[in-house]
Write a protein that binds this ligand. Sequence first.
Ligand code: SF4
Length: 271
Amino acid sequence: MRYPRHMTLELTAKCNFRCPYCYCVWHEYPVLAKPELDTDGWKSVLDKCAADGVRDILFTGGEALLRKDLFPIIDHARRMIPDASLSLFTNASRLTEPLLKAFKRRRVHLATSLQGLRTYGAMTGTRRSYKRLLALLARAAELGWPIAVSLTITKANLHEAADLFAAAALSGAKSIQLGPTMAGGRAATRNDLMVTREEWAAVKKQIRALPDGRVSYSFCDEFICECRSDTPSELLKAWRDPDHTPCPAGKSFGVVGPNGTYRTCLHALPA
Ligand code: SF4
C-alpha cells in the first residue's frame, strides 16, 4: 500500500491531558495503540514516506512531546525528505521557549489547542490555566514562529467561543481552526458535549461578526466521521449531513497510528 501525499503520524497514545472531547480512536479501540513503535519503527515509517513521495508530515499523538526520541524522529524525517513540510500538533503543556526555538531551527510548524478559558481545566481534565498557553502563543509570535490554534467547541465552552477566538487571535495565533466536538474517541461516550447544528451555526455567525483580527481562520463542520462503519444508527440519524460529499481520506491523506497501523484518517478505523 502506497502512502498518500499528506501523512499524520500519531507517535504515541500517551497524553498528560484528559480532554473529555478527545477524538483519538484508541479510547474506543485500545488495541490500536499498542505496542507503540520504537524509534527504529518510526524511522522505517519515515523511510516509506520518503519512498512513496510523501511531502507533508504532521506529528501528533496523544501528546508527541512526551516522546523522548521526538527530535531524532523529526531529524530523520528532515534527512529523508529535506523539502517536506513538517508540523507538530501538541497540547503545549511541555512546550518551552528553547523548544520553540528548536522547532523553528528545524522548520517544524506548530499547532495546538486552546480548549477553554474559564473552562480550560474542565476541558483538559487538568488543573491548569489557559494563561501559560496564551503567553506561549505570544512568545512564539515574537520569535517569528507563530503557532496555529485549533478550537473545539463543546456544550461546556460554547458560551466563551468568541472569547476563545479573540484570545487566540490577540495572542498572535498564526491561524485558527474551529470545529464542533465530534462523536468519536473519548467523546463517543460524551455526546452531552456535542453542540447542536443551530448552536454551531450561531458560533460561526458570531466569529464572522468579530472585528477583523488579521488572523486567517477556517471552520470544520463535521459532527461525525462519515467514513466510519461502526457509528451507531441513532448518531447517524442525528448527525449525518445530507449534503456530505465523500472526503479525500486515504487518497490525499492518511494516518499511521501509535502501533504502526495505517488508517485513512484520524477518526477512521483500519480497513
Ligand atoms: S485531545 Fe489531545 S491533549 Fe486532549 S487528551 Fe486527546 S490527545 Fe491529549
